[in-house]
Design a binder for this molecule. Structure first.
Ligand code: ADP
Ligand code: ZN
Ligand code: ZN
Length: 802
């Protein structure tokens, strides 16, 4: 009886596809290569069965893994994510296993009948000048050839094949195959001996020499170093590895360890929190905790102890941290405590690095994993503890398909496998704090800073009053300037937060009121002084600063609003001798830039660090005694029910960077809304008061946590098409009754992005099930009507308005 298997493929369709299974043992969780239309795709086997479908099925081309890459629990988790977030299951599995780098895609060309005729006439038609063209046709005569091969022989192959394809001489298909890991450059590979000893096979002189060298120098060697010691080591090592006579593995970055400051004795509150987590671990069943600890209360130390306890019980542990907070310092802390049992998973790693870590984790060689969002899928055997640091952080939500929330997935995964999950924050999300009230999470609190250090003192400066008193619209109040001067004199450090990048936020004509906007998006362009350009923060479009107005020709073109670049410049003018660094998306292009600036600041190379919200995240820099918040109001005007929560979190977290060492901290907060509750409660560092007030508002307005929410975005380059889809969707959901509220569709707050028009619909229901049913209906309709896959975007539990 033939075997069939259902395979999930990375295509935007909400189903798995059935193929004929090969004779060998195929199991769910293995990746396979299949043909899909004209393409070859890598997919994941979800199910093996004997139910013959009604249509003719194709066989699987190739099985990519000798054993499943996903165990049953991870397969279930992936399917849960696909259902809950309305994401194509194939896309979910592609995100779950970072093994994409091991599959190579290539374009393969073959001659058509017309192409063959051309080739036969080529002596006549393709003269001397078109020689490369004739060469390509010749190369294709015996059979299909990959573009990469053609390119090696004919440099202009890409252009010519495209041209010939348009003329109908060639056809192309896309093929996926396995990438040969041995083709990586030598400085990326490690060589070790294998158990297998050479038998009768013939070895070259150089291969023999390499094996002899490895015999005399056991252990693991970098291939590029071997090349310096043994002639032709690169070629010999790869040839030997193909025959299994030695082992080659990709190199992964080493973790730098900080100096060991010994392990602190937990204070009573830390001890109590740790004891509760350990007791739960011993029960080996699901339990969720919210660890709410003020900034500087030593949450990390609780995590470290909890992880040790999990390891002692023979289980492994996973810690998620926000994207930007995974610094070498953080990684180093864990390496120091757990040595080479730690694996770090960062989205900035290369695909090969991530794949190698992933395999190590799967083999159970890394019992502690620290990583950003997608590390929640780390395939750890015996996972007993999941920790989510700064659980309120927005970077846990993926802003592209699948739009999952890393924290929520961590809780679901813990539930599935009977593990303990700990969510930590100084400013928990409303949802998580409410789950304590609902008795879903146990509450652990650290109410004081380590060593009775005081909380920072926050002073508000009302910028309206400042304007009345000084008569000028200055960026910095007098109090701010004085405070910075004092800190510079005392050789202490300051951080200044300005949560918007660029120099000025817009460029306006004083004569006619025209604002320079993006050609692709309905937003104004931001002025970036260093580049002397106006830049779109949505699509990257940029143009030169105009000398005269495009509308009226007047030369009264001026800049308004301030960003971090301008803060840096004005600070430098006010304090010419101060050493100032800036951290935002314009100065940080890679992980290295980030380390250089933050590490330099920590080491005292700078006096002042200016930056966007990047500077507010979790850093522990003892010499910072002043935090200046230049404009506390920026986030408050956003058309979003989470604006107050986000502002409260940012202000409280930023303030929390001050006074973490032996010296007390001071915070100066400039605002034009001193009475706004998000500002007021962050000044008092009073989370409980903020929570109570915000919760009342959410209850009244029926927002999360009192309702489930989904955004549905319709987009198209043709405005009428986007409008039409949104209208059809609204019609479809019009009779849902009182349990489902449909808001909109309306033009999205940013009505056009990257040339696409956008309409937004918001679905709200007190019952998750009702919401899911409505979304399922919408999706089925879109599929049936063959709306383009990018035409309708569903975002479940959205954090932003898209
Ligand atoms: P949080 O994440 O809660 O803001 P951290 O975990 O960064 O705080 O801890 C703040 C500082 O206190 C760190 O430098 C940490 O090493 C130190 N620390 C933590 N626990 C203790 C303790 N029990 N005794 C002394 N120092 C501690
Ligand atoms: Zn004008
Ligand atoms: Zn744009």
């Amino acid at each position: 009886m033939p075997n069939y298997c259902d395979v999930s493929l990375p295509v935007p369709l909400d189903k798995a596809f059935t193929y004929l299974a090969p004779h060998q043992e195929l199991a769910p969780g293995m990746r396979v290569l299949v043909s899909f239309g004209t393409r070859k795709l890598a997919g994941t086997v979800l199910r093996v069965h004997q139910e013959a479908p009604a249509y003719k099925v194709k066989p699987i081309e190739k099985v990519l893994d000798p054993e499943p890459v996903f165990d049953q629990k991870l397969l279930e988790l992936g399917i849960w994510i696909a259902r809950y977030y309305f994401a194509p299951v194939g896309e979910v599995f592609r995100v779950m296993a970072p093994l994409g780098g091991e599959v190579k895609r290539s374009k393969v060309f073959r001659l058509t009948a017309e192409g063959l005729r051309q080739l036969q006439q080529s002596a006549l038609d393709l003269g001397e000048e078109t020689e490369p063209g004739a060469q390509i046709l010749k190369l294709l005569e015996p059979g299909p050839v990959a573009l990469s091969v053609l390119q090696r022989k004919v440099p202009e192959a890409r252009k010519l094949t495209e041209e010939f394809r348009k003329r109908g001489w060639l056809e192309s298909t896309e093929e996926a195959g396995e990438r040969d890991p041995l083709r990586a450059p030598s400085n990326k590979l490690l060589v070790g001996s294998s158990e297998q000893t050479p038998g009768e096979e013939k070895l070259t002189k150089w291969e023999r020499e390499l094996l002899a060298y490895l015999h005399l120098h056991p252990g693991v060697h970098a291939l590029d170093e071997l090349e310096e010691k043994v002639k032709n080591a690169g070629t010999s090592a790869r040839a030997l590895a193909r025959r299994g006579l030695l082992k080659i593995t990709p190199k992964v970055g080493a973790i730098r360890q900080p100096e060991d400051r010994g392990r602190p004795v937990l204070n009573p509150q830390q001890q109590a929190a740790f004891a509760a987590i350990r007791t739960a671990l011993e029960k080996k069943q699901f339990e969720a905790f919210l660890l709410q600890g003020v900034t500087g209360s030593g949450k990390t130390e609780v995590y470290l102890n909890a992880i040790e306890a999990a390891l002692a019980l023979g289980r492994s542990a996973l810690l998620l941290v926000p994207e930007i907070a995974l610094t070498p310092q953080v990684a180093g802390q864990f390496a120091l405590r757990f040595g080479n049992q730690v694996a770090i998973l960062h989205s900035a790693f290369s695909e090969a690095e991530r794949a190698e870590y992933w395999r190590r984790i799967r083999r159970g060689e890394a019992k502690v994993v620290v990583g950003t969002r997608s590390a929640v899928f780390a395939p750890m055997p015996d996972l007993g503890l999941l920790l989510v640091d700064e659980e309120h952080d927005g970077s846990y939500k993926q802003e592209e398909t699948p739009r999952y929330h890393g924290r929520d997935v961590a809780v679901v995964r813990a539930q599935q496998i009977g593990a303990v999950v700990v969510l930590g924050s100084a400013t928990p999300s409303l949802e998580s704090r409410y789950n304590v009230e609902m008795r879903k999470y146990s509450h652990l609190r650290l109410t004081e800073r380590i060593a009775q250090r005081p909380m920072p003192v926050v002073e508000t400066v009302d910028m309206n009053q400042e304007f009345l008193a000084t008569g000028t619209h200055a960026l910095f109040s007098r109090r701010m300037v004085d405070a910075v001067r004092e800190k510079l004199a005392a050789k202490e450090q300051a951080m200044l937060l300005m949560n918007r990048r660029g120099f000025s936020s817009f460029c306006l004509c004083r004569s006619c009121g025209y604002r320079v906007g993006c050609v692709n998006c309905s937003v104004t362009l931001t002025y970036h002084k260093r580049d002397r350009r106006l830049l779109c923060h949505y699509c990257g479009y940029s143009e030169r600063v105009p000398e005269t107005c495009k509308e009226c020709g007047s030369d009264k073109v001026q800049f308004f609003g301030a960003g971090s670049e301008r803060i840096e410049e004005e600070l430098a003018e006010a304090f010419p001798t101060a050493r100032i660094a800036r951290m935002d998306r314009d100065t940080i292009h890679s992980k290295n830039d980030y380390e250089a600036i933050l590490g330099g600041f920590r080491d005292g190379q700078y006096d002042i660090l200016v930056g966007t919200q990047m500077i507010a995240k979790g850093h522990d820099i003892p010499n910072v005694t002043l935090v200046g918040i230049v404009n506390a109001d920026l986030g408050l005007s956003m058309p979003d029910f989470r604006a107050a929560e986000r502002t409260f979190q940012l202000l409280t977290q930023a303030s929390g960077r001050a006074g973490r060492g032996g010296l007390p901290g001071r915070v100066i907060l400039q605002t034009i809304n001193p009475e706004h509750y998000a500002v007021r409660f962050s000044v008092d560092q009073d989370y409980d008061a903020f929570y109570a007030k915000e919760l009342t508002f959410r209850r009244m307005m029926r927002y999360p946590p009192f309702a489930s929410l989904a955004n549905v975005l319709f987009r198209s380059e043709k405005q009428e098409e986007a409008l039409r889809m949104s209208g059809v969707a609204a019609e479809l959901l019009s009779n849902e009754g009182a349990e489902l509220r449909v808001l909109g569709p309306a033009e999205a707050p940013v009505a056009k992005v990257k040339k696409e028009f956008r309409y937004l619909m918001l679905l709200k229901s007190p019952q998750r099930k009702k919401l899911a049913e409505a979304l399922a209906r919408l999706r089925a309709h879109a599929e049936q009507e063959e709306w383009p896959a990018t035409g309708m975007i569903i975002d479940v539990d959205p954090l932003s308005l898209l």
